[in-house]
Write a protein that binds this ligand. Structure first.
Ligand SMILES: Cc1cc2nc3c(=O)[nH]c(=O)nc-3n(C[C@H](O)[C@H](O)[C@H](O)COP(=O)(O)OP(=O)(O)OC[C@H]3O[C@@H](n4cnc5c(N)ncnc54)[C@H](O)[C@@H]3O)c2cc1C
Length: 362
């Protein structure tokens, strides 16, 4: 149910193992939503460094990103860190020909039923197994199998200008996006996506996303010294992030965001979405147990949640300090050393702090 990243990865894997799934997609075509740029950062996919290579070699899933990231600029209120090296990939999502979901759909042979109005309950009555891949926690919540941890409101736009397609930028400045972040991801030399994301937490009560947009757009414009005219826009309000309690209940499988693939720290979820799709298929084919295979993803989610909570308890001065540390040897080491899992280390270090802070506020 759902022909997005996780649903299609599942279908491809089932087909490779001799099972022909029936795919139901609510929309009229693949990726029939806004177009946006996303990234796969190797720092968040450890122990795998090159997830595009790993997807093809280990799982037979072939994806062509828009480009490989060679430079990432992280800007806080008063500091800037530039990290260089092979950092990951950028890719397009949505209705474009080269979006990740469109590329996956070309690898699927089974028919896709578009405009589907089938409910989960109807599918359950008619099929031996149901894979919930709808890109949100709705059915996981409905079946009492979801722990929602936060919601986030996101506003983004496609802008025209001159961009280095091998470079991405991110802003962690609470004056602009309190407890959240903004970023720029190029689609090409001429187009980029700029996005601001703000968590819907009590400290952000009264913060209007729309009012934050113009200062953010202005900040990006002055950083790049370009007018950056907007050609397309999107907005998502109260996007839920959470994780399912069980990856499989009976013959229902929770994959992608229905599983909890979207990491609360910075919203990364593509790689985990693809993996959950593959793992659910393995389980259906008797090649492994989804629940066991997904343990590392569950752990990453929990680690990411610690970092998200940390972000909610610190201020611009602390963020400046972190960015200052990242500029130089430490940044290079964290992003380049393949054996290190910085997400895991940082979450272990920050756990007592988050516990203490939560104790103080509760
Ligand atoms: C603005 C934004 C930016 C992001 N940036 C990044 C990033 O930079 N890096 C990263 O790794 N992750 C990022 N993510 C997260 C990532 O996009 C998701 O984690 C990932 O797409 C989840 O895959 P999925 O298969 O669960 O859902 P999707 O790929 O969204 O697919 C869900 C599919 O299910 C269909 N569907 C929904 N309901 C039904 C229904 N009832 N019946 C049938 N079909 C249905 C939908 O139409 C859709 O086609 C971002 C998310 C957002 C919103």
């Amino acid at each position: 149910m759902g022909a997005g990243l996780s649903g299609l990865a599942c279908a491809i894997t089932l087909e490779k193992n001799g099972i022909q799934p029936t795919i139901f997609e609510k929309r009229s075509r693949i990726g029939d939503r806004f177009v946006n740029g996303e990234v796969l950062l190797s720092i968040f996919t450890r122990p795998v460094h090159d997830c595009i290579a790993s997807l093809s070699e280990e799982f037979g899933i072939y994806l062509q990103p828009t480009s490989n990231i060679q430079k990432m600029t992280i800007i806080s209120k008063n500091e800037k860190a530039i990290i260089e090296g092979q950092l990951g990939f950028t890719n397009i999502r949505g209705r474009e020909e080269d979006s990740f979901e469109t590329q996956l759909s070309r690898q699927v042979k089974s028919p896709i039923h578009f405009h589907s109005e089938e409910t989960y309950e109807q599918l359950l009555a008619n099929y031996t197994h149901v894979v919930l891949a709808t890109g949100d926690g709705h059915y996981a919540k409905k079946t009492r199998n979801f722990r929602e941890d936060l919601t986030v409101s996101i506003k983004g736009a496609t802008v025209e200008g001159e961009f280095d397609r091998y470079a991405v930028m991110t802003w962690v400045d609470y004056d602009i996006a309190p407890y959240g972040y903004g970023y720029l991801i190029p689609f090409s030399e001429k187009e980029a996506n700029i996005v601001i994301a703000i968590p819907d937490i009590p400290s952000n009560r009264g913060v209007e996303l729309c009012e934050r947009w113009e200062p953010f757009h202005q900040k990006v414009r002055s950083e790049l010294g370009q007018p950056l005219s907007i050609t397309d826009k999107f907005q998502i309000t109260n996007y839920p992030m959470g994780i399912c309690k069980s990856a499989r209940i009976g013959n229902t499988f929770y994959v992608g965001n229905c599983f909890g693939s979207m990491m609360p720290f910075m919203g990364f979820g593509q790689y985990a979405a693809l993996l959950t799709g593959v793992y659910a298929a393995y389980d259906i084919c008797g090649l492994g147990k989804f629940e066991e295979l997904s343990i590392p993803l569950r752990q990453s989610y929990e680690n990411s949640l610690v970092l998200r909570r940390t972000m909610e308890h610190i201020g611009n001065q602390d963020v400046d300090r972190v960015i200052r540390m990242l500029q130089g040897y430490l940044g290079k080491k964290l992003f380049q050393t393949k054996r290190l899992n910085p997400l895991k280390i940082a979450s272990y270090l920050m756990r007592p702090y988050v516990k203490y802070k939560q104790g103080v506020t509760s």
